[in-house]
Design a protein around this ligand. Structure first.
Ligand code: ZN
Length: 342
């Protein structure tokens, strides 16, 4: 599974410093065999809050990790004081291989990329149908980030009491996304939350959405206050302007006695307003279109898939895939070169 290798941080292979009388030895993992397993709930200004068994432990990155990043959703190995007591600090010594990576570039002209969330299964894009008006281009950018990172995407359309969902659903129909439409009534009688819980059950779902779209209402409906204030998590949400990418994992309520996260995780991304897409690889995006992907075999080298020689036109003309799917793919790929906020 080297699909993400191009973008993962440096290798985990380390060379021990040369010691007197011994040959340099190349060590691969594991080291720290006594380390405990942790799940990263949030990362804020270098402080990593992770769940170790049922305790919330604050940790920092061990020096040996070098430039390797630690992100919300990472499975990590932790050593040191794991009591979770106030003012204790453990160390994250290892980050396990990621199954998916939601990342963003600070902006399209800045190639520096950050991992926002690791190991999530799906991205729920929350958009209001009115007040504020839907911004399909922003939705497209979120979709590209999801497909690039190996996540499934779904739409959560809110405020259906103010405007119909059909126009937006029609735009996105070719993508065959899961979607939930919610309005005020859905929250009042709990039906929207039920519908969402069914889609989120047992999975790790990242929520993204502009302010005012009702994302907070959604989080409150899914995760009761009790879960949201587990351990120190409530103490680390003081994110300011400079921590716009910090996300927070919240456990969905599970059966009595089950540990946090047994029913799945919701990862709220309060500061993520949009995605810089400089890092996106069209081939990873196309991977989310299994009906089109084989058609790219006849493409010229480094095909943008939106140029005269692109083999996808013939692929669709020969009836292998729906033209609407190709049009959607091309629209998504075009968002990479469009400026943010357009
Ligand atoms: Zn092509």
């Amino acid at each position: 599974m080297r699909r993400y290798s191009k973008h993962t941080d440096e290798d985990d292979i380390r060379v021990r410093p040369h010691r007197k009388g011994t040959r340099p030895r190349t060590h691969t993992r594991p080291k720290h065999e006594d380390a405990a397993e942790g799940f990263v709930l949030t990362v804020d200004r270098g402080r990593i809050t992770c769940l170790v068994q049922d305790r919330t432990v604050t940790a920092m990155k061990a020096r040996e990790l070098g430039r390797k990043s630690v992100a919300v959703g990472d499975r990590v190995a932790v050593v040191g004081d794991l009591s979770g007591a106030k003012d204790t600090l453990a160390r994250v010594v290892r980050v396990e291989e990621r199954t998916s990576v939601l990342r963003r570039t600070a902006d399209d002209n800045d190639p520096y990329e950050r991992v926002i969330v690791a190991n999530a299964d799906q991205l729920a894009i929350v958009t209001a149908l009115a007040e504020p008006e839907p911004r399909p281009r922003l939705v497209d950018r979120c979709l590209v980030a999801a497909f690039d990172g190996g996540l499934q995407a779904m739409l959560v359309l809110t405020k259906s009491d103010l405007a119909p969902a059909e126009p937006l659903l029609t735009t996105y129909a070719p993508l065959g996304l899961e979607h939930v439409v919610t309005g005020r009534e859905g929250y009042e009688d709990g039906s929207a939350a039920e519908e969402l819980r069914a889609l989120f059950e047992g999975r790790t779902t990242v929520l993204v959405g502009h302010s005012g779209v009702g994302k907070t209402t959604l989080v409150n409906a899914l995760v009761p206050e009790r879960q949201r204030t587990t351990g120190h998590v409530n103490a680390v949400t003081g994110r300011g302007r400079h921590t716009t990418t910090s996300a927070l994992a919240l456990p969905l309520p599970g059966p009595e006695g089950a540990g946090p996260g047994a029913a799945g995780w919701v990862i709220d991304t309060p500061g993520v307003r949009s995605f810089g897409l400089h890092h996106v690889d069209p081939d990873r995006v196309i991977h989310a279109f299994p009906d089109l992907e084989p058609g790219t075999a006849g493409c010229p080298r480094a095909c943008s898939h939106d140029e005269p020689g692109c083999a996808l036109d013939r692929w669709v003309a020969e009836g292998h895939a729906d033209p609407a799917r190709l049009a959607s793919l091309r629209r998504l790929l075009a968002t990479r070169v469009r400026r943010e906020g357009d």
